[in-house]
Ligand binder design. Structure first.
Ligand code: MTE
Length: 328
């Protein structure tokens, strides 16, 4: 697939970078966060509470598996991409900084070669891949996805990457494998905030195996046609567009197929707020603020948040019969 380089992208395709509604809200949150010593309180501090209402029925009846056509539509959302400037300067990457606007400068110079990803656990063929192996494993595709943070801001990001299932198929999961666990690099010399206790390190995440095998789930190796900037999770990060952004673990070094639900970083911090599934759901606000609307970075007004971040047609069948209020 042809991937545009940043300089080939028409300015009309790029959202005005100067429009930052609500931005001050989040900056204020970030400043507050700097003074917070205890872990797990960060999201609380980063987000002003708003009174919210919750009640959520089970996911409604009919959930058909998606057609190939609807899957293809999910690969490229028909919405204006957020500017490169915002995508690369408004980041959550606590290993570098808890202040979104400082991550890019703190991450500058992060060395991502050589880089290996160890893939093992309940598989027939465990293997350690270096980055070049991974880049050759499957064609690098552009995927234009909505990106919804639990903090109620969102973006549209033109990722470059490949479906995680291409990697998992290579190692041949055993029938006992039911989940996939992911781990970020642990190296306080290169990820300086790992010498603080702001989170439990390394950052870890997990998916159910069928979620991991879903074609929308990708390992991103780039964005806007270029390589992945350090602040966005270089050299390789997970992107699961129907889940809150914190599931998108950055700078991955280890992937393990496991039998039981693996621990996940934000669930360890505040389990009552951050569940294992973390599917975007406007009706369930386990946090103290509403998830019903979101602020698209670069736009003036807020917009309604969509169930599964607008990917219900593609992923709804994965959760058929599950109570999304319990499995949040
Ligand atoms: N991965 C690691 N290793 N460390 C982090 O702090 N933050 C998460 C996720 N992945 C995080 C991480 C959160 S909270 C979000 S919202 C997204 O990365 C942000 O991705 P972005 O900066 O590319 O928008």
């Amino acid at each position: 697939m042809l991937i545009k380089k940043p300089d080939e992208i028409k300015s009309s395709e790029i959202t005005d970078q100067k429009v930052y509604l609500n931005r001050r809200l989040f900056i204020r949150g970030a400043v507050l966060a700097g003074s917070v010593a205890a872990t797990g309180l960060l999201y609380r501090k980063l987000n002003p509470p708003a009174a919210v209402v919750e009640e959520q029925p089970k996911i409604a009846g009919i959930v058909k598996p998606p057609s190939d056509e609807s899957m293809r539509q999910g690969f490229k959302v028909n919405e204006a991409p957020t500017s490169f400037e915002d995508i690369t300067n408004y980041n959550n990457f606590y290993e570098f900084s808890t202040e979104k606007r400082s991550v890019a400068s703190e991450a500058r110079g992060f060395i991502t070669r050589p880089w290996t990803v160890e893939v093992g656990g309940l598989v027939n063929k465990p293997k350690t891949f270096d980055l070049d192996d991974l880049l050759k494993l499957a064609p690098q595709e552009e995927r234009i996805y909505r990106h919804r943070c639990v903090e109620a801001w969102s973006m549209v990001i033109p990722w470059v990457g490949f479906s995680l299932n291409a990697l998992l198929k290579q190692v041949e999961p055993l029938s006992t494998a039911r989940y996939v666990a992911f781990q970020t690099l642990l190296d306080p010399k290169r990820l300086p905030n790992q010498s603080t206790s702001v989170l439990d390190w390394p950052y870890v995440e997990g998916l159910r195996l069928d979620e991991a095998m879903h074609p929308l789930t990708i390992l991103a190796t780039g964005l806007y046609g270029g390589t992945l900037p350090p602040q966005d999770g270089a050299p390789i990060r997970l992107v699961v567009p129907w889940k809150y952004g914190y599931k998108g673990i950055k700078s991955i070094v280890k992937i393990s197929l496991v039998a039981d639900e693996p621990p996940t970083t934000w669930n360890i911090q505040v389990p009552e707020w951050y569940g294992f599934y973390s599917n975007v759901n406007p009706n369930v606000s386990q946090t103290r603020w509403s998830q019903a609307t979101e602020h698209r970075i670069g736009e003036y007004s807020s917009r309604p948040t969509l169930l599964f971040n607008g990917y219900a047609e593609q992923v709804g069948h994965l959760y058929q019969g599950m109570d999304l209020n319990v499995n949040y």
